[in-house]
Design a protein around this ligand. Structure first.
Ligand code: NAD
Length: 510
């Protein structure tokens, strides 16, 4: 076990660990005097205190990345491939340490934390094929004696700003392709669960990544603004809530950077009357309450069409008492706590609000939360939710599943298409024709057919539409490679004295 993993798995010690930056291949203690608490959400105890970076500290990370860039970009593709295979092996062998850190700081249950690492590893595996991914094209004899070819080159220093809900995987979506493409990287992870990034830094060093290629600066808005304004950061990837995504996109692009900013979501799952109701109920419970609903691809609204509604509600209600809520380190826990006390209280306030707005509270998570100081909330099911209600409109980001009843497929699709978010969506039906029509006309970036959480595999790209993404390119997969590189086209002729002559005209095809 590495030093970082050891430090954070001694959860009984009661000591508050200091979490510092990682610059130029080593830990660097912050000097700002500003910091933030990190909690174990299952116990409510503070486990860490994370340094918040000043603009000067962000600059130190950028300068380290800049120094590392020229030699890193020159490392051959075969050496980069070799390194990525080593990175893959190390993340595999330390997967349990990393998963434990996620459970200790985020709260998600251990099996879910392992799932997060597995999905992140897929992106690392995709990057093992970097020589294939960076192949250009070549046109021989585009003009007489002239060949034209395209290449893709890294930008230089690029940055990633990430949310609390996937503290290992979302950074992997960014640093893996960015570095594989030859860039150097500065990560500003969520200040709520920052330790996974430190273990990531140690593992990358152990794998042999040169110092300065991967750096971590912790912090809040001050650090984010320093990233967005830094003249030597060429591109920024962001994942987080919609208001901050919009801000990051607008500020970053104004400063001349390439930006992809993924925002929040309100994901619908439509259940048609011909659906397999048992399968749909299993899917709804898993996708609604898994990771305590703190997934950007979580299902938060069920749209039950026609007579599917009563059957579906009954089947879900049968399942809810069996969902085991508890400390994520306990092997039988299926749902852990929320990330902070404030977030738990905010999510709980939506149950009250929903009831005031006229929704029927079929199951109230406030009544079933485990005792103790942990940030727990049980599962909540709201029926008869309508689109004007705040519980429908807002991204609650907790274990609160709403049901809207509609009469027709058309009404269901209209609800999805009129929603300002467009991240994931799912339809449950046995009718292939309807499913095909649905994927054709629905306005969302990721569509599931009898699949509730359609997170694309690593060789496709991840991203939503509308207020769920600001920017042109999705993350990871082919679009990730495109994001982290810029195209160059070379037009070349070798000297041939027989055809050489002075020509002041505009170059023409000959
Ligand atoms: P958040 O927007 O609060 O924070 C994301 C990042 O922005 C963090 O690093 C944080 O430090 C920084 N930040 C926060 N406030 C800021 C401010 N005022 N100015 C500048 N930077 C600021 O998001 P979160 O609560 O950490 O994560 C949950 C959100 O992320 C949800 O809305 C969820 O849907 C979204 N999310 C989206 C995706 C996706 O792929 N679309 C994936 C995961 C999470």
């Amino acid at each position: 076990m590495t030093e970082v993993a050891e430090q954070f798995t001694e959860e009984q010690s009661g000591e508050v660990a200091r979490i510092s930056h990682w610059i130029d291949g080593r830990r660097v203690e912050g000097t700002s005097g500003r910091s933030g608490p990190v909690y174990n959400p299952a116990t409510g105890e503070q486990s860490g205190e994370v340094d918040f970076a000043t603009p000067e500290e962000v600059d130190a990370a950028v300068q380290a990345a800049k120094r590392a860039f020229e030699s890193w970009r020159a490392v051959s593709l075969s050496r980069r491939t070799e390194l990525f295979f080593r990175i893959r092996e190390l993340f595999h062998s330390h997967g349990d340490d990393l998963a434990r850190l996620l459970t200790l700081e985020h709260g998600k249950v251990l099996s879910d934390a392992k799932g997060e690492i597995a999905r992140g590893l897929e992106v690392i595996e995709f990057c093992c094929g970097i020589p294939e991914l960076l192949k250009g094209s070549y046109s021989e004899q585009a003009s007489t004696g002239i060949d034209v070819y395209s290449i893709r080159q890294p930008h230089g220093v690029v940055a990633g700003i990430t949310p609390f809900n996937f503290p290992a995987m979302v950074p992997m979506w960014m640093w893996a392709p960015a570095i594989a493409c030859g860039n150097t990287f500065v990560l500003k992870p969520s200040e709520k669960d920052p330790s996974a990034s430190m273990l990531t830094a140690e593992l990358l060093k152990e794998a042999g990544l040169p110092d300065g290629v991967f750096n971590v600066v912790h912090g809040d808005k001050v650090a984010v603004d320093a990233v967005l304004e830094h003249p030597e950061i060429a591109a920024v990837s962001f994942v987080g809530s919609t208001p901050i995504a919009r801000y990051v996109y607008e500020t970053g692009t104004k400063a001349g950077k390439r930006v992809q900013a993924l925002g929040g979501a309100k994901n619908h799952m439509i259940v048609l009357p011909d659906a397999d109701i048992e399968m749909a109920a299993d899917a709804a419970v898993g996708a609604g309450y898994g990771s305590a609903g703190e997934r950007c691809m979580a299902v938060s609204m069920l749209v039950a069409v026609g007579h599917a509604a009563d059957d579906l509600v009954g089947a879900i209600q049968e399942r809810l008492p069996k969902v085991k809520v508890g400390n994520g380190l306990e092997p039988d826990s299926e749902m852990g706590p929320l990330v902070t006390r404030e977030h738990r209280d905010k999510v709980a306030s939506y149950i009250e609000k929903g009831s005031e707005e006229g929704a029927k509270v079929l199951t109230d998570g406030r009544e079933t939360a485990p005792d103790g100081n942990g940030f727990f909330l049980g599962v909540t099911l709201l029926d008869e939710v309508t689109p004007e209600m705040d519980v429908y409109k807002d991204e609650i980001f907790g274990p609160v599943l709403g049901i809207t009843r509609v009469d027709t497929y058309e009404e269901a699709v209209r609800l999805v298409n009129e929603n300002p978010y467009g991240n994931g969506v799912a339809i449950f039906t046995r009718d292939g024709g309807v499913a095909r029509q649905f994927q054709f006309e629905v306005n969302a970036g990721m569509v599931g057919v009898n699949v509730p959480i359609p997170v694309p595999v690593a060789y496709y790209s991840f991203g939503g539409w509308k207020n769920s993404l600001f920017g042109d390119l999705h993350v990871y997969g082919p679009e990730g490679i495109q994001f982290y590189t810029q195209g160059k086209v070379v037009t070349s002729r070798w000297p041939d004295p027989a055809t050489s002559k002075v020509d002041l005209g505009f170059p023409q095809t000959r």
